[in-house]
Ligand binder design. Structure first.
Ligand SMILES: *Cc1c(COP(=O)(O)O)cnc(C)c1O
Length: 468
């Protein structure tokens, strides 16, 4: 081990290497110095754990790679071949051309964000989406905020602070990424009153829990799980009937906020915002970037007096929607208003793709790969994901590559970390096979996907050559 430590080069020696000197042309000297120092710390800790000191040329290569990364954002485009349409870790909905153009325009210059061009007076950014939202959802009023978690928090704070909100025990859920109904409730200052049991809750459970302190009944859509078997929960319309009798508003956290009927695409029916309004919910909460297919946003839609309370609450400013997202949201909503969502909004384009089209694409991919990859086209399933349609799947065709053979084991990892400048690819690994689903790969990404795949497979040939 002593020897390993002695083999560690000095900072100056590394700085003197050709590949590192070049970095100083691109970054400041302190930045390069810090890069080298922290790398050497890592090398020493690795030696502590019993590793050998890397060769000087490997160190230089690793430092140049890190140096290049210094100059670029770690956030980059990824090709989603996982078949999960709304993949939260991959940023959920890809946006339509119109939405992207609108966001670009809003980002590039000034806009009439809060200026009424007619009168020259100050106005609200909400005017750009509110009437569209009302038209599409049949709500009286609507407010767009940063995301749906913010929509729920803001509405509860505005309507139920210091009061009680009744929720079925089966709906006091965690949506993921730290959004837990009981905790959001606590942060809003409302007190959660859980009723019923995990699997069965009756209208009478709500009824018995109503007190003079009850501010609302809250329904939460079980976005990412399903309770099956011996279950019961009152329909939204029944809750509304009870709420109306007692003068208590019913709030409906829809999660996805679907405007189209998912059953048309062979999926289970996801509750729509229109249904929520027709059933009499006082407010519905939904995301902009789930099945709506727009940018990250949250929407509060429903009765004017209640939306107004949310609008005037001090938290509204803290969770307000930014101008770029607002522009994208408006453009996305316009697709629905024009009746063209299915053909223009990428999420719906992906969901409505027929198996034959997908199969032809999968076959073309498999043909474009070297025979040694042994790629097969197999039947499989895509999922909606992103807190919508739990358990719902769409039949699809996949390109499958077996990982059990020499040199294939780390193919998924190589695809996630391709050479600099190439887009990482995320597939799915099941039964020791890498599965690539064309459904979620944008049509203009085919070439990039195939090029990265071929490169990763060629690397494998090199690796396999070394193994023998
Ligand atoms: C996804 C989801 C949320 C959170 O929405 P974000 O837009 O991610 O903040 C809240 N409630 C339900 C039911 C959800 O499905």
């Amino acid at each position: 081990m002593q020897n390993a430590y002695r083999a560690v080069p000095s900072v100056d020696k590394l700085l003197g290497q050709q590949g590192i000197k070049r970095l100083e042309g691109e970054h400041s000297r302190p930045a390069v110095l810090q890069l080298v120092r922290s790398y050497l710390d890592e090398v020493r800790s690795a030696i502590d754990r019993g590793a050998a000191c890397p060769a000087l040329e490997d160190m230089v290569r690793e430092l140049s790679r890190r140096g290049e990364e210094l100059g670029r954002s770690s956030l980059q485009r990824v090709i989603n071949a996982s078949g999960v349409v709304l993949h939260t870790n991959l940023g959920r909905a890809p946006l339509s051309r119109d939405a992207i153009a609108a966001m670009r325009a809003a980002a590039q210059g000034y806009t009439n964000l809060e200026l009424d061009l007619e009168s020259g007076k100050r106005s609200s950014r909400q005017v750009h989406v509110e009437s569209l939202l009302c038209r599409l959802t049949t709500a009286e009023a609507a407010l767009a905020v940063n995301n749906n978690a913010a929509a729920v928090l803001l509405a509860l704070a505005a309507l139920a602070r210091g009061k009680e909100v009744i929720v079925s025990r089966g709906q006091a859920v965690e949506i993921g990424g730290g959004f837990r109904i009981p905790e959001v409730m606590r942060q809003s200052g409302a007190r959660l009153v859980e009723v019923g049991t995990t699997n069965r809750t009756y209208l009478s459970d709500y009824e018995q829990a109503i007190t003079p302190r009850t501010a609302a009944l809250l329904r939460v859509h079980s976005s990412n799980f399903r309770v099956v078997g011996f279950t019961a929960s009152p329909a939204l319309a029944e809750l509304v009937r009870l709420g109306n009798e007692r003068g208590i508003p019913v709030l409906d956290d829809l999660g996805s906020g679907c405007l189209l009927d998912t059953a048309r695409f062979g999926l289970e029916h996801e509750p729509t915002v229109q249904e929520s309004m027709a059933d009499g919910a006082a407010l519905a909460f939904l995301s902009g970037d789930k099945l709506l297919g727009g940018p990250q946003a949250g929407i509060i839609a429903g009765r004017s007096v209640l939306v107004e309370k949310a609008r005037r609450h001090p938290l509204a400013r803290a969770v307000r929607i930014d101008k770029v997202a607002l522009a994208g949201l408006a453009a996305t909503l316009l697709h629905y208003a024009r009746g063209e969502a299915e053909s223009k909004v990428p999420v719906w384009q992906m969901i409505s793709l027929g198996p034959d089209d997908i199969k032809a694409r999968a076959e073309a991919w498999a043909r474009a790969l070297p025979a040694s990859a042994g790629a097969e086209v197999v039947a499989g399933e895509s999922v909606a994901g992103g807190g919508s349609l739990p358990g719902g799947t769409l039949p699809t065709w996949l390109v499958a590559v077996r990982l059990g053979r020499p040199g294939f084991k780390d193919l998924p990892q190589r695809l996630r970390r391709p050479r600099l400048g190439a887009a990482p690819i995320l597939g799915r690994v099941e039964r020791n096979m890498l599965l690539l689903d064309p459904r979620t790969v944008l049509t203009d990404e085919d070439d990039a996907l195939l090029e990265s795949l071929r490169e990763a497979l060629a690397e494998r040939e090199d690796a396999a050559g070394k193994e023998v």
